[in-house]
Design a protein around this ligand. Structure first.
Ligand SMILES: NC(=O)c1ccc[n+]([C@@H]2O[C@H](COP(=O)([O-])OP(=O)(O)OC[C@H]3O[C@@H](n4cnc5c(N)ncnc54)[C@H](OP(=O)(O)O)[C@@H]3O)[C@@H](O)[C@H]2O)c1
Length: 310
């Protein structure tokens, strides 16, 4: 089977398609034929040797990125009774998703409902879980509150807009003008171009700010948060900076690292089935073109999600 891997940290050209032995199957595991793997900014940052991801794997090179997949069950371990061959499954992984085949514990993934496409299931997990946890576990968003979401058209942002709307919030979304209609169609109440600083500074202040850009962007938008408002800064590498600036203004602020939770993921998938949540897939590349997929995510201007096709 083929797998994309890096042998050393570096730019996107480090991603190399390598023929590997298919992994062995333990009795509690399933073998999955990958159909689609999500490509996320953390994959590219880790590949480049940056952040907590690179710190965690620096002694484990060569390394295969990929934290979310969708595929079909090829083979069952002797003790596995919850699946049959051919079942469609999706979910979050600890890594290694950019592979034609994966071996995972049977309870690690969830079944894809028949009404849901392969692509949607592949793109939901990481961004969906992050958006949900940012808004609810960390942001404690309540119906009737105003929430500001930066990078609103991106992977996490476009799901956060819809989830916040479903939770009864008034959603203020920041994005380039070419994304404004897209965001209004997803339910955003107010949409602004983050480059129009005067307009942004005149926004009615918000109860909660979900910062999906971090750094100077995150810090400059703190002026839009109500006194005693809340800030969740999602990019980890600039979190301390944004949190300290927020605390200095008397706001409550936290960073976050998403955690896997299959119940939350099942709830998000149910919202997809009920057509309350839509996953936008803007780019699909063959597995062999992982380099292009990483170059796309590194533009910082992807609408929705990027996938690799197995
Ligand atoms: N802590 C965690 O557990 C966790 C989990 C997931 C993601 N993250 C991090 O969260 C961030 C967002 O992830 P993502 O997957 O949503 O990224 P993404 O899909 O790559 O985000 C792309 C979006 O960013 C927008 N953008 C770029 N510069 C901007 C700026 N200055 N102001 C406002 N928007 C801007 C673009 O908007 P336009 O095209 O409209 O300009 C584009 O829609 C990344 O840093 C990622 O690493 C953290």
């Amino acid at each position: 089977m083929k797998q994309l891997m890096i042998k050393r940290f570096g730019d996107a050209s480090q991603l190399e398609l390598v023929e590997q032995e298919a992994p062995c199957l333990a009795t509690n595991e399933i073998r999955v034929q990958m159909h689609f793997a999500g490509v996320n900014p953390v994959d590219a940052k880790t590949r480049a040797g940056l952040g907590w991801g690179a710190e965690a794997i620096k002694d484990q090179l060569p390394w295969t990125p990929g934290l979310e997949v969708m595929g079909t069950v090829l083979e069952l371990g002797a003790e596995v009774s919850i699946y049959q061959e051919g079942d469609r499954v999706f979910g979050l992984l600890a890594g290694g998703g950019y592979s034609e085949q994966l071996v995972v514990p049977a309870n690690a993934l969830l079944r894809v409902p028949s009404a849901v496409s392969d692509e949607t299931a592949a793109g939901l997990s990481l961004a969906g879980i992050t958006a949900w946890q940012a808004l609810t576990e960390h942001g404690c968003l309540k119906a009737g509150e105003r929430v500001l979401i930066s990078a609103a058209a991106g992977g996490v942002g476009h799901l956060a807009v819809q989830i916040a709307k479903n939770l009864g919030a008034t959603v203020v979304a920041l994005a380039s003008s070419y994304n404004h209609e897209f965001l209004r169609n997803l339910g955003a109440d107010e949409v602004l171009d983050y480059r129009e600083q005067e307009q942004v500074s005149q926004l009615e202040s918000v109860d909660l700010f979900i910062d999906l850009v971090g750094g100077n962007s995150g810090k400059s938008l703190l002026t839009n948060v109500k006194e005693q408002g809340r800030v969740v800064t999602v990019p980890t590498n600039t979190a301390d900076d944004v949190i300290n600036a927020a605390l200095a203004k008397g706001l409550s602020a936290t960073g976050m690292l998403k955690h896997n939770d299959n119940q939350q993921l099942a709830n998000l998938m149910q919202a997809v089935v009920e057509q309350k949540l839509r996953v936008e897939i803007s780019h699909v590349y063959p597995l062999a073109e992982g380099e292009l997929a990483h170059r796309q995510i590194e533009t910082g201007h992807t609408r929705g999600k990027v996938l690799l096709q197995g």
